[in-house]
Design a protein around this ligand. Structure first.
Ligand SMILES: *Cc1c(COP(=O)(O)O)cnc(C)c1O
Length: 388
C-alpha cells in the first residue's frame, strides 16, 4: 500500500487534496510536492522488507503516490547499477568514485523514472491524453508510458532536435509536432492544446509526480551503499527534478529511521552555454534569472528557466554543496574518458559529471578518501551526431 497523504506547495505551503488532478499551485504558481503519512509508514515499512522485492523503482511503492496496484505501469525502470569505477579511478587517481548508471533505463535515460510515475498517476486519475514540450529524453519517456497506459500522447519539439529523439517518439506512438522555434515556443503551442482539448501537461515540475519517480534514485543510492550516503553527489542539472527528488528522499528516509542525519554535499553541474543555476548559486539569490541564448550539445542541460529553481538552490545550500559549469568541450572529454576506461557509452550530460568532479578535486573541494557518486543520466546512443 501507499502512505501518500496529500500535496503541498513547495513554496507557500498551501495544501491540496491528493485525489484530484493538479498542475502548479493555484495560489503562487510554484510546484506541488507529495507528502506521506510517515508516522504510520515508520511502523509498517521496514527496509529489511526490500530484500526480495522486484528490481524496479516500484520496490519503494509505500513511499510512492500510486494507490492501486493495477495502475503501476512498468517497463523495468529504476534499480540501476551503482558501479564502483576501477580503471577510471586509477586514471584520475581517486579511490572511491562511483557511477550511477541511468542509461540502462527504458528509453535510455532517467526520464523514465519521472514519466513512469507521472503517467501511472495520471492513469489512476483517469487522464486520457497527455502533452509535453520537450527537446529530448522526456518526450520519449512520456510516449512509452502513455502507450503502455493506452493514452494518447502529444509531443512538441523544436525542429532542430536530433533525429533519434523524434524517431523514438514516433515509434512509441506519439503525435509529434515540430516547431520552428525554441523550447519556449513549443511550450506556448503545447499550452494551447492543453487549454483547448483538456490534455494533461506533464512538463517538468508542472505536475507533482515526476519528482516522486526521480526521488527513487535517492532511495536506491542509500540501499546500494548499505544505508550510508556518500559524501558528494554530482548531478547534471536541467530542471533539477532528480536533485530535488533525492534531497526529498533523504529527508523521508531519515524520518523512516532508515538513515542518520548525514547528507551528501549536492553538486549541480551545467554547461557554460546554459548555466542559470550556477549563476544564481554564486550570486546567492533565491531564484534564477532566465538564461539568454541557451546553447549546449547536452540537450538535457538546455533549460534556461527552471520552475523549481528555488528548490534546487535550497538543496545545494542546505547540503553545503555547490554549482559548477563546464564547457561543452570539457563535458565531451569527460564522456570519452568514461567510455575509454569503464566501457560505458554515456550521454554528454553524464560526461559533465566527470568534468565537474575533476574541477572540484583540483580545487580540493573534494578530498582524498571521500565517496563520490557521478550521475550518468542517459546513454550516448541518442547523441550519435556528437561522435561523427
Ligand atoms: C533531462 C535530462 C537531464 C536533466 O535532468 P533534470 O532532472 O531535469 O535536471 C540530464 N541528463 C539527461 C540525459 C536528461 O535527459
Amino acid at each position: 500500500m501507499s502512505y501518500f497523504s496529500h500535496l503541498e506547495c513547495g513554496y507557500c505551503d498551501e495544501i491540496y487534496e491528493k485525489n484530484k488532478i493538479w498542475n502548479l499551485c493555484t495560489k503562487c504558481g510554484k510546484p506541488l510536492l507529495a507528502h506521506y503519512d510517515i508516522d504510520s509508514a515508520k511502523s509498517d515499512f521496514e527496509k529489511e522488507s526490500l530484500k526480495d522485492r522486484e528490481e524496479t523503482l516500484w520496490r519503494y511503492k509505500e513511499m510512492l503516490p500510486v494507490q492501486d496496484e493495477k495502475f503501476r505501469l512498468s517497463l523495468g525502470e529504476g534499480f540501476t547499477p551503482l558501479i564502483k569505477t576501477e580503471r577510471l579511478s586509477k586514471n584520475i587517481g581517486f579511490e572511491n568514485l562511483f557511477i550511477k548508471e541511468e542509461g540502462v533505463n527504458p528509453t535510455n535515460s532517467f526520464k523514465a523514472r519521472g514519466l513512469c510515475m507521472a503517467i501511472s498517476r495520471a492513469y489512476e486519475l483517469g487522464v486520457k491524453e497527455v502533452s509535453i514540450p520537450s527537446a529530448g529524453n522526456a518526450a520519449g519517456a512520456m510516449s512509452a508510458y502513455a502507450s503502455l497506459a493506452g493514452m494518447k500522447s502529444f509531443v512538441f519539439m523544436p525542429k532542430d532536435v536530433p533525429q533519434p529523439f523524434i524517431s523514438e517518439c514516433k515509434a512509441l506512438g506519439a503525435e509529434v509536432t515540430l516547431i520552428d522555434g525554441l523550447i519556449t515556443d513549443c511550450g506556448k503551442i503545447a499550452k494551447e492544446g492543453v487549454e483547448k482539448f483538456g490534455r494533461f501537461d506533464v512538463s517538468t515540475l508542472k505536475e507533482p509526480y515526476r519528482i516522486e519517480g526521480k526521488k527513487t534514485m535517492g532511495y536506491e543510492v542509500a540501499e546500494q551503499m548499505n544505508w550510508e550516503l556518500p559524501d558528494v553527489i554530482i548531478y547534471p542539472t536541467g530542471g533539477g527534478t532528480g536533485l530535488i527528488g533525492m534531497w526529498k528522499a533523504f529527508d523521508e528516509m531519515e524520518k523512516l529511521g532508515w538513515i542518520n542525519s548525514k547528507r551528501p554535499r549536492m553538486v549541480t553541474v551545467q554547461s557554460t552555454g546554459c548555466a542559470p543555476m550556477v549563476r544564481a548559486f554564486n550570486e546567492n539569490t533565491e531564484f534564477a534569472e532566465p538564461w539568454q541564448n541557451a546553447k549546449t550539445v547536452a540537450d538535457g542541460l538546455r533549460v534556461p528557466a527552471a520552475v523549481g529553481d528555488f528548490l534546487i538552490l535550497r538543496a545545494l545550500r542546505e547540503s553545503n554543496g555547490t554549482a559548477v559549469q563546464v564547457t561543452d568541450e570539457e563535458l565531451m572529454e569527460g564522456a570519452n574518458l568514461i567510455g575509454r576506461t569503464e566501457g560505458i557509452f554515456v550521454s554528454p550530460e553524464g560526461g559533465a559529471s566527470l568534468s565537474a568532479f575533476k574541477k572540484l578535486r583540483e580545487q580540493n573541494w573534494i578530498i582524498e578518501g571521500e565517496k563520490v557518486i557521478l550521475f550518468n543520466t542517459g546513454s550516448g546512443h541518442k547523441y550519435m551526431h556528437l561522435w561523427k
